[in-house]
Design a protein around this ligand. Sequence first.
Ligand SMILES: Nc1ncnc2c1ncn2[C@@H]1O[C@H](COP(=O)(O)OP(=O)(O)O)[C@@H](O)[C@H]1O
Ligand SMILES: Nc1ncnc2c1ncn2[C@H]1C[C@H](O)[C@@H](COP(=O)(O)O)O1
Length: 207
Amino acid sequence: MHIAIVGNIGAGKTTLAHKLAHHFRWEVFLEDVDDNPYLKDFYHDMPRWAFHLQVYFLNGRFRQTQQIKELQKAGRGIIQDRTIYEDAHIFAANLHESGLLETRDFNNYYALFESMISLVEPPDLLLYLRADLSKLINQIEKRGRDYENSISIEYLKNLNEHYEKWIAGYNHGRHLIVDVSELDYVKNPEHLGVIIDKINGTLFGLF
Ligand SMILES: Nc1ncnc2c1ncn2[C@@H]1O[C@H](COP(=O)(O)OP(=O)(O)O)[C@@H](O)[C@H]1O
Ligand SMILES: Nc1ncnc2c1ncn2[C@H]1C[C@H](O)[C@@H](COP(=O)(O)O)O1
């Protein structure tokens, strides 16, 4: 079983991934953020580093999908924090549309993505954490990564719009949308229970 958690920056993916992995006793696959050699520079100068960052994320995410495939073959359960789909359909697409990633670079990147995607198996369940802008801003501040101070409301808003468009057309399998704007599964175990019930209902026909 493979559940992938998707959602905007600060939506609560990593926090939920840990909680679900603990609950189901499954393996958790996180993003490479702290060791990412481009992320800090990208936030200082997006046009300069957008292409480098996208190729870095794409490669990391692709390698992760191959590791997940192997673990699944071995019968292990997996919770994945963010997917390769989001890199291309949300982040790269948004950078291109915002004029921060040149068309020739986007086309080059997208051709690479298309070559890879045929080897990627979609998750058994894709869980989209929808969050309003105030929730995202609040949680990005709470997390306190200094280089994320420069993230603008406009950037988050554009990403949210891309997420909504993308999830409406998602056709790779089962998916669930959970609005986490009013949920606090850090402090409130009942809120976590609501999400777990929805997952059990969708995956195992329980509840
Ligand atoms: N539903 C929630 N309610 C309250 N705080 C949350 C919630 N989800 C995450 N947080 C907090 O918000 C911050 C960002 O969460 P994180 O899981 O890192 O988001 P993401 O991985 O989506 O970027 C963390 O400090 C986390 O403890
Ligand atoms: N593909 C990406 N392009 C640009 N930025 C990205 C991409 N994937 C992740 N990020 C950024 C957003 C955050 O600053 C960090 C970690 O993501 P998070 O949603 O906080 O887990 O990386």
